[in-house]
Design a protein around this ligand. Structure first.
Ligand code: NAD
Length: 449
């Protein structure tokens, strides 16, 4: 549900008034509905590199109408997406290829359009000139993302040489309504491992037959994660504190999963999770570390209790549980771990030195652990939400809330489901070669990188 201001400027009278006084006009974003096609119109595929063929095939397999030549404006006035394979750009003088493709086509995009640029991971290139050219793509994409209107997004997918077959999963996610609040981001595919991406048989139920554990599932983002994973086929173990028992039972009931009352900081938390999931559901395929708290104070005014509590719940408990799950070898082959970080862990926030330290630590944790899990076919990634409409952000003072909400390229707060969809993407069987990475779900927040 869009916030009231967004609803207002999307009404006839509100739109006129916003135009008259120059107010921001956030669009109603295109969000995923089961059964919906990935895109409502054709994609123009440009560029010439090692990904072009694989991308063309992946798009056609997803029933997308792919144009490889710019059509007459009379025949095809609007494109739903522009996809550009920039892996062939190996020196800075070739960057003009971006200009040549986008200069005219960008005006032909429809509402909630998508721009996806595909590149090579700069550090995995062959020459300094190629590294330079590939590094340019990030600045280009982040700027395009700020220029798009009407709910459009632009993102960069960098692919390691050899991991071309892994590009389909981020591509499908980014073109779809599942990525409504993800813009200006960089996704990294690869390195390739012996555990290949598996495209789900039913694109609407990528988690069919999987068992997922979601911490902090009683409300807010955690409840949305439980609902989204269950909608997409998973059996969900909904975990939260005993004090949240009633809400937890409701969510578990709604999603046809089970409720597990555990404090994740307890010594026996991991053992309780393992026993419950294996006895009741026969194993664990997906773990989502979402539970988290804030206890804000500036450094000078912060007592040690606040510091320790936030670090323990948001970071140390995740490390302990992951260590225990991995040591017990209970994660099924192809298992996925997804952690919830925060924009605060990237940009920092006044009064949140404890919280930002914990959330930055989460980014480090996934980066460090990812490569160590690759040969077991397990991945670990993180999402870093920006301003998301929850009880937490509802409780902010009005002015702070309004600034937080509008200070991103989409001029609105995200919904819990936007975070949940991104987690679902990382948890998918086709996301096998995305590992150790963090992606922001923030509508391209104007604060931070
Ligand atoms: P919330 O407070 O609404 O929900 C958090 C849930 O975690 C609650 O149900 C709570 O009972 C549970 N929890 C807390 N401590 C626990 C413990 N020790 N053991 C088990 N469960 C525990 O928060 P939310 O807004 O839904 O946020 C969810 C996650 O997203 C958090 O990690 C938060 O830091 C992160 N996040 C939120 C936003 C936002 O805008 N809301 C932005 C960035 C990051």
């Amino acid at each position: 549900m869009a916030d009231r201001y967004t609803q207002f400027v999307n009404s006839q009278i509100g739109e006129k008034l916003a135009d008259l006084v120059g107010l921001p006009k956030p669009s109603t974003l295109r969000r995923h509905e089961p059964g919906q096609p990935l895109l409502e119109g054709p994609v123009l595929l440009g560029g010439d590199g090692r990904l072009r063929e694989v991308v063309n095939k992946a798009l056609s397999a997803a029933d997308i109408d792919v144009h490889t030549e710019l059509a007459d404006a009379e025949d095809t006035p609007r494109y739903a997406a522009l996809v550009f394979d920039a892996t062939g750009l190996t020196s800075s003088d070739q960057l003009v290829g971006l200009y040549d493709f986008f200069h005219t086509t960008i005006r032909r995009l429809g509402g909630s359009a998508r721009v996806v640029v595909l590149g090579t991971v700069p550090t995995a290139t062959d020459t300094p000139a190629e590294h330079t050219a590939q590094r340019s793509l990030e600045g280009f994409v982040r700027s395009i993302a700020k220029e798009l209107r009407a709910g459009g997004t632009a993102n960069l997918v960098e692919v390691h040489p050899g991991a071309e077959a892994g590009v389909g999963s981020p591509l499908r996610f980014l073109l779809s309504g599942r990525s409504a609040f993800v813009s200006g981001q960089r996704f990294t595919v690869g390195p390739r491992t012996e555990h290949p991406p598996v495209v789900p048989e039913d694109i609407d139920r990528p988690h069919a037959g999987k068992v997922a554990v979601v911490t902090g599932a009683a409300r807010g983002i955690g409840a949305a994660i439980a609902r989204t994973l269950a909608r997409d086929g998973a059996t969900v173990v909904c975990l939260d504190l005993p004090s949240a028992g009633d809400d937890l039972a409701r969510v578990a009931n709604d999603v046809g999963g089970t409720a597990l009352q555990v404090d994740i900081t307890a010594d026996d938390a991991a053992r309780t999770i393992i026993d419950h999931a294996t006895e009741r559901h026969g194993g664990i395929d997906i773990v989502v570390h979402n539970a988290g708290v804030t206890r804000d104070k500036t450094m000078a005014g912060m007592d040690e209790k606040r510091w320790n509590m936030v670090l323990d719940i948001n970071l140390s408990a995740i490390e302990r549980i992951n260590d225990a799950l991995l040591a017990a070898d209970v994660l099924e082959p192809g298992a996925r771990i997804v952690c919830v970080s925060s924009m605060s862990g990237i940009a920092g926030n006044r009064g949140q030195s404890n919280y930002a330290a914990s959330k930055a630590g989460v980014i480090g944790h996934v980066a460090a652990l990812g490569p160590t899990l690759a040969d077991r076919g397990i991945t670990i990634n993180a999402v870093a939400p920006g301003f998301i409409e929850t009880k937490m952000t509802d409780a902010m003072p009005v002015a702070t809330r309004e600034v937080g909400r509008r200070l991103n390229s989409l001029s609105q707060g995200g919904q819990p489901v936007d975070v949940a969809e991104t987690i679902g993407f990382f948890a998918g069987p086709d996301a096998a070669w995305l590992n150790g990475t963090t992606v922001r779900v923030c509508g391209q927040n104007l604060l931070g990188a």
